[in-house]
Design a protein around this ligand. Sequence first.
Ligand code: AMP
Length: 496
Amino acid sequence: MTDLTSDTSNELTADTLPMAFAQLQLSDPLARAVFEMGYETMTPIQAQAIPVVLQGRDVMGAAQTGTGKTAAFALPLLQRMLKHENASTSPARHPVRALVLLPTRELADQVAEQVALYGKYTNLRSTVVFGGIDMKPQTAELKKGVEVLVATPGRLLDHIEAKNCVLNQVEYVVLDEADRMLDIGFLPDLQRILSFLPKQRTTLLFSATFSPEIKRLANSYLQDPVTIEVARSNATASTVEQHFYSVSDDDKRHALHQILRQRQLKQAFVFVNSKLGCARLARSLEREGLKTTALHGDKSQDERLKALESFKSGEVDLLVCTDVAARGLDIKDVPAVFNFDIPFHAEDYVHRIGRTGRAGQSGLALTFVSKSDMRLVADIEKLLKTKIDLEAIEFEEDLPDIRKQGHINDGRRMYQQGSDVPREDFSARSPRAPRTDYKPRVRSAPADPFFDTPYEPSLPPEAAPAWEAAAARPGVRTVSGNIRSKRKLAALFTSA
Ligand code: AMP
């Protein structure tokens, strides 16, 4: 057992890390897939993790989705498994060799999709199982035999108990988004799953934080791991330009319209703190001519997927959402994230802005701060270890009010330069001078030291880990636990 709190001998330095994929000498089928994906340079987590995983070492990685983490573990695992590759149709020749566990259906689906892309020119098979949908098609896939199984813990246990899959040949386990799995209360399920696996294996644990709970989990299940820490959102988030605007609650919609237009933004996520606020804002913005959809915890799984799809396809321009959408979702090229409400928890700020500036794209994070939000700003400053400067917004009063002219719902064209700007009826208000509530100190895109330093856990080390209490509770999971796991997921989504 390794004490991760004191052992730093396994930490990597960035000195001689390969940066180009070509330097890795991946086998042809994998190199071809990577080439087709358009990747040339490795992200920091990839540069650090891939060589280590290729050596078969255990890894404790601090990185969140959006950093290129999936390829960081999937490519070396596929490379190592190529020696087992075969074209036989016999299921026995395709036992599960790599197991990837994730906390939510969306994340499992997303990771499985990527694994399938990386492995598409190999004979290695992969599939995904998660709850909330019929087990039968998943069972059929499992029975055919798969080398890489991506799963959420609850549904995997159902399949294990139904004897749909055998895990005694698993050589690699990935505990992805481990902090989130513990938050949801999956520890007993994880412990149970891990008890079915061979002791001789490589275990990779990825987590946004190295909280005391995560360190305990790693101490229990990882052997002499190499610790890899890339700052939260690291390479991607360092490309995010952040602005905090001092704006009253009444002026937020006006400010949103103005910024969308001035910066000619095509699409954006707009974060709010409550489900009710989310639905209301989405309705108002839609009325004001912006193609908008809402994503929050009261929406069904189907509605959530549809909302995401319509955003991805460009059918809608604004996705107004609660923090249910803040973690993990990989939507490329979101040019901007608005914190219409500043988040209650500083950590959520980082998750939210991680939706933009992904995989090297530049992004914008725009946060509206009203007078009562100063404590929350201070929390973010503390977490980011940087001073936040509030900027004033100078509202343009002379813009035509198209609602009065009767042409609203014109969506995308609203953002084009010189076009009419949809906005609520501000005519009753007197012309507005620049706001003076806060002393503005305008600054350009900050070089944010937060993204160059390892992420620090928010819990004090002495705090009793939640999962210990959960683990102490009796109640071994049974097949009917399927229902239990769904409830856990539902609880997660309704908390936003
Ligand atoms: P992940 O953190 O694994 O969810 O990856 C986030 C996004 O970055 C995905 O859309 C990947 O396809 C993309 N990506 C991963 N690695 C690279 C890379 N080296 N270069 C460019 N894009 C990448």
